[in-house]
Design a protein around this ligand. Sequence first.
Ligand code: NI
Length: 175
Amino acid sequence: MAVRKIVTYPDTVLRERAEPVTNIDGKIQRLINDMAETMYSAPGIGLASNQIGEPSRVIILDTSAKDEPKDLVVVINPEVIEADGVIVSEEGCLSVIDYSADIKRSKQVTVRGLDREGIPITLTKEGLPAIVLQHEIDHLNGILFIHHISKLKRELYKRKLKKILKKRESSPQRL
Ligand code: NI
């Protein structure tokens, strides 16, 4: 297992549609292990494969509270088959530096896919895990939460990001 580098916007891999997984093999197990280690070390509560530069249709999440045991959920080839209600909440993303925004999502979703052994699963979630599922499935379709905000807001963020990246470039290397 390894902590991998998280790809950040505007890297083009984040805009790619990830490919369906056809073989649940050792390579996919390694990808899932790396994704889990990367997500926990960030720390984050969800991650999609293209965020570590490997666009295969795999998402993971863990929305357990800090004082609860870990509860890693892995979904391969996830698909929303039912959605209900509306919820608005503030979202951020490990691939979107220094930004968060209120995003409208379905309050409850049912997602179908495969677990890491390749066994078909159906999950029905409400609230935070439902939001994370939708956010991560969006990633697999090349969509970031900033594609759900107005163009004007996104342009303002792009300008802010340019300044942040410029500042980072000019700051000395930390040895
Ligand atoms: Ni994200």
